[in-house]
Design a protein around this ligand. Structure first.
Ligand code: GLY
Length: 418
């Protein structure tokens, strides 16, 4: 069985590794040097439906697994389904759960799902008037996809006001045509994943990521500097409650509205004093969350993906080992503001000798005999073990043997709550 895997980051390397471990032939588009060690890579744009359909035919793919959000928002899953190609991932309309924060709030309201209060604006004046009447902290978001850059959380009312202007002035493109001002939710965050097929959903693990650049959750926001799973402080019943009180009503509402949801539903929760509330949805697995969930999965990933792609999840189950996994991201010099590229990476092959550790490539490329940095988050170093402390120590042992000029990493992944 051949799988065409769309994407080329750490999440996709972990997916390719897990697919190959469960017996699939994996072709990645565009892939990365890590994925190239698993199977062939192919050119073309993962967000171009025609390129993807051509690649399906060229490589003889039995199904397509879509990693990132951009192809989903571009309607690649719709084009594949129309052509009769099985695919894991929602169509464009259902992908609006991630590509429009205002839409997600509307669905949650209709489904009766606990979330923070919010208001949506299409011009700066009314947004600023609303802001003036709110207590802080202030949460101002560009409505659409802005590569994680369109969100401001601040105690400073004037900074929040400027953020409204920056959204409407086009800094985030069309994503800022509407602005969502949300209630600030206070408490530790947890991400819960479900694999869905219309009205059927199965739990697919949970994780906590560390989004700030520096130790102690300080410094600028990033795409994620590390992650761990499972979370020892997760309240009892969190997964069952999320499935029954969030995932099931959301799937029912999406089906009722004529846009049934299939693929991965990522529920970002804040564990507030009033109970868990939904912060956001993503319509894909997380990055770096995937890199800690998949090493713990015992059910063959390829089997689950094949069933999800053909809409046959009823009776399926994702079984996890009960161990822990910790992912430490090694980031490039200058990340997140202006990551430097072109630095040769040493020591990648030395991780093979460390039992319980693995490396997933993200922003890397091959140049001659070298692997070099080409993105902000360069590699993910993952450790697994019977306790969180064991998994952390494996991850940091492996992180220490990989080196490149300007390497940045946090030293407290898996050791703080947020
Ligand atoms: N873990 C954050 C994300 O994937 O968006």
């Amino acid at each position: 069985m051949t799988v065409l895997l769309l994407g080329g980051g750490g999440r996709e390397h972990a997916m390719g590794w897990s697919l190959a471990r469960s017996g699939a032939r994996v072709v990645s588009m565009p892939g990365n040097p890590g994925l190239a060690s698993i199977g062939p890579t192919t050119g073309g744009s993962p967000a171009d439906p025609l390129d993807v359909r051509n690649a399906v035919a060229a490589v003889g793919a039995d199904y397509v697994l879509i990693g990132p959000e951009a192809p989903l928002a571009a309607g690649v899953a719709d084009a594949l389904r129309t052509a009769g190609v099985p695919v894991v991932g929602p169509g464009r309309s259902a992908a609006r759960l991630e590509s429009s924060k205002a839409f997600a709030k509307k669905v949650m309201e209709s489904a009766g799902v606990a979330t923070g209060g919010s208001a949506v604006f299409d011009r700066p004046g009314t947004a600023r008037e609303h802001l003036a009447a709110l207590p802080g902290p202030f949460v101002v978001k560009a409505d659409g996809l802005a590569a994680g850059k369109g969100v401001l959380v601040s105690d400073d009312r004037s900074e929040a006001g400027s953020w409204i202007d920056r959204c409407f002035d086009g800094e985030f493109g069309r994503a800022g045509d509407h602005v969502v001002i949300e209630e600030f939710l206070e408490g530790p965050e947890v991400s819960v994943f479900a694999l869905c097929d219309g009205l059927t959903a199965i739990p697919f693990g949970h994780a906590r990521d560390h989004k700030r650049l520096a130790d102690g959750d300080m410094g600028p926001n990033t795409g994620g500097m590390g992650c761990y799973s499972p979370i020892p402080d997760a309240p009892g019943g969190l997964i069952d409650d999320t499935m029954s009180q969030v995932v099931a009503p959301i799937l029912q509402t999406m089906a009722d509205w004529g846009t049934p949801f299939s693929g991965f539903l990522y529920t970002g929760l804040v564990l507030t004093a009033d109970g868990p509330k939904v912060l956001e949805f993503n319509v894909r697995m997380g990055d770096p969350d995937t890199q800690v969930v998949l090493p713990l999965l015992e059910t063959p990933f390829h089997e689950l993906m094949g069933r999800a792609a053909s809409g046959d999840l009823s009776g399926a189950d994702a079984v996890f080992s009960g161990e822990f996994a910790v992912d430490v991201v090694l980031a490039a010099h200058g990340y997140p503001a202006s990551p430097r590229t072109g630095d040769p990476i040493a020591g990648l092959d030395r991780v093979v000798g460390i039992a319980g550790a693995a490396v997933f490539h993200a922003g890397t490329a091959r140049e001659g005999d070298d692997v070099i940095t080409v993105g902000g988050r360069v590699v993910n170093v993952v450790g697994t073990g019977p306790t969180l402390a064991d998994a952390r120590s494996k991850a940091y042992e492996a992180a220490a043997v990989i080196d490149f000029a300007g390497k940045q990493m946090r030293t407290d992944i898996g050791g703080v709550t947020k």
